[in-house]
Design a protein around this ligand. Structure first.
Ligand code: RFL
Ligand code: PHB
Length: 395
């Protein structure tokens, strides 16, 4: 089998790359380890930056997103017995976020790829990449199948096979682990507020989010290594109440919990994001703690850069943009790393003995919620900084 770009992983990065390449007349095959059902059901992100929405709409896959996505023009920071709104419409006029589940983005992209005759192979076992240091790389998978290509895109997430295929000594890894995780649940209940609430309490962080007018999404800071079995529904609701019902007049509506999971928190960047003819995109190259809601959005930004570089390569044979791929992505990656680390340290409980650290946290929260300049810094990072190239290229 032969294609121009071999893509490993059918998450948002791999699927969007395949779709954007198709719009530029470049062929690809996507190889995914899991089943279509599994990938479409995997519950993760919910917050799309303005640029992500614009990119999906310009690529012709934003129809349902525009219909069902929930545009939000602010978030609340809740601490010390009061709520403080970060008002995007005033701080970053014309920019907002849209709440729309990542698995809905994935479903829309899969449908678009299949409708256009795209080649997406689910349940592809034992994917391995070969000769990536040469200009004739290839991929093997399944019981002896082989895919020859010009370029391989490693879109296989943090635990994938492509990044570890790069020879030792090429990549430098930068990372930070946090002593806590997020327990996330989906519940069949109307959201208790119109906007997202990021709550800092002495018992830990809590987040009120949503997926639709009927489905709410919640997260609780829990110790790293927490076992879900220790968190029956009643305990989840009691803890959410304690951490969210801290302002007068707010009461949390409860309902049936139908999905739950624990997500470890980590910051990680591998540099450079390329080796030979292998280009890493999305979580395969970098991950952020979810507090800044940046992971999926960064994956989209990487894929935009990679699409432009591949389009140039196939137009005139120049590798100039491909050679600069990593450098072009890393600027945004590091900005998002900082923002995600900053939001995480601002809102989570760390060492309970660290009274000095707690005072710093509260002082900084007071600053962010009282200074227009500080609030604008949070707002412009949260809705997403503009792309280097100015905006989404149309199809
Ligand atoms: P993905 O989504 O992990 O997809 C990688 C795909 O590769 C497949 N794969 C393989 N395929 C073939 N062979 C192999 N050997 C393979 N190994 C792996 C996997 O099965 C999978 O299908 O990476 P991608 O595409 O880079 O997308 C990244 C995003 O998924 C991730 O950054 C976000 O989910 C992070 N994130 C959030 N991002 C946001 O922008 N906004 C948010 O609000 C947000 N909230 C979150 C989040 C992530 C969370 N979790 C569970 C990690 C909230 C949570 C709880
Ligand atoms: C979500 O709705 O899943 C969500 C929202 C905001 C975040 C992370 C996740 O920061």
């Amino acid at each position: 089998m032969r294609t121009q770009v071999g893509i490993i992983g059918a998450g948002p990065a791999g699927l969007l790359l395949s779709h954007l390449l198709h719009l530029r007349g470049i062929s690809s095959v996507v190889l995914e380890r899991r089943s279509r059902e599994y990938v479409e059901r995997r519950v993760r992100a919910g917050v799309l930056e303005q640029g992500t929405v614009d990119t999906l709409v310009a690529a012709g896959v934003g129809e349902r997103l525009l219909r069902e996505g929930l545009p939000h023009r602010g978030i609340e920071l809740r601490y010390g017995g009061a709520g403080h709104r970060i008002a995007f419409e005033r701080l970053v006029p014309g920019r907002a976020i849209t709440v729309y589940g990542q698995q809905e983005v994935v479903k829309d992209l899969i449908a678009a790829r299949l409708a256009a005759g795209g080649d997406v192979r689910f349940e592809a076992d034992d994917v391995a990449v070969h000769d990536i240091g040469t200009d004739r790389p290839y991929v093997t998978f399944g019981g002896g199948e082989r895919l020859d290509c010009d370029v391989i895109a490693g879109c296989d997430g943090f635990h994938g096979v492509t990044r570890p295929s790069i020879p030792d000594g090429v990549l430098t890894a930068y990372e930070r682990e946090y002593p806590f995780a997020w327990l996330g649940v989906l519940a069949r209940v109307e959201p208790s507020a119109e906007e997202l609430i990021y709550a800092r309490t002495e018992r830990g962080f809590a987040l009120h989010s949503m997926r639709s007018p009927e489905v709410s999404r919640f997260y609780l800071q829990v110790p790293a290594g927490t076992d879900l079995a220790d968190w029956p529904d009643e305990r989840v609701w009691a803890e959410l109440r304690t951490r969210l019902e801290t302002v007068p007049g707010f009461s949390l509506a409860t309902g049936e919990i139908f999905e739950r999971g624990v997500t470890p928190m980590r910051s990680f960047v591998a540099e450079p994001m390329q080796y030979g003819r292998l280009y890493l995109a999305g979580d395969a190259a970098h991950i952020v703690p979810p507090t800044g809601a940046k992971g999926l959005n960064l994956a989209v930004a990487d894929v935009r850069v990679l699409t432009g570089a591949l389009a140039r390569f196939y137009a005139d044979g120049s590798t100039e943009l491909l050679d600069g791929y990593s450098a072009a992505c890393l600027k945004r990656v590091w900005r998002a790393q900082h923002f995600s680390w900053w939001m995480t340290t601002l809102l989570h409980t760390f060492d309970s003995d660290d009274a000095y650290g707690r005072r710093l946290q509260l002082s900084h929260l007071d600053y962010v919620t009282s200074s227009e300049a500080a609030a604008a810094t949070l707002a412009e990072n949260y809705v997403g900084l503009p792309y280097e190239d100015g905006g989404p290229a149309g199809p």
